[in-house]
Design a protein around this ligand. Sequence first.
Ligand code: DC
Length: 221
Amino acid sequence: MIIVIDGPAGSGKSSTAKEIANRLNIQFLDSGALYRAVTYCWIKADKPDIRSFINILPEVDLSSEYIDKTFYVKLNGDDITNEIRTQYVAEHVSEIATQPEIRAFVNNYMRNLVVDDAYIADGRDLGTAVFPDAELKFFMTASIKERAKRRLKEMQETDASITLKDVEENIRQRDQKDQSRASDPLKKADDAIEIDTTGKTFDEQISKMITIIENKTKLNH
Ligand code: DC
């Protein structure tokens, strides 16, 4: 059983999906972390040309687990949860995530994973390409300004020189990339429920979504 949340960068999908997973006592699946893990694997292999990398994908042993509010990722048995969050991985993940064979690899991993338990997952294309038959689909949005303000807060913890204008520009570019990608672009599924979080508190948006989940599925907290 799977509930999906898609939406653009900075719309709050991941923190929302985690909070809902905790309140409903279900599993959380972070699809972006899997793309980051594959990207880390490519970097570790000394960045071979993409075709050669795709050929060795069947040998890549990826695993993941959600424990205590953290989505852990392992590559060939080694914990790479922190490594996938580095700037270096972030800089390369888009080019890796545009490859259809790599998308098929990640999608296959996710589809196999969710057969045994109840999950809430966040991503860009889950309701459209990966789980078109998901039990429930959300599409989260917020204005660019609001998303930039949230990101700025996080980023200023490590880089005080960054400005709201820089972050807004970066988000605009990521939106453009995610929406115009040829394979499985970011797009709201026709049957997804749109949640605009502009001007809403975290608690307000969580309560609203939990009410929808309880009305439309057998889950409750
Ligand atoms: O959500 P995130 O920032 O951790 O995602 C990392 C990258 O993976 C981002 O560049 C978009 C890509 N991604 C994707 O193409 N499809 C998904 N379902 C999830 C993430």
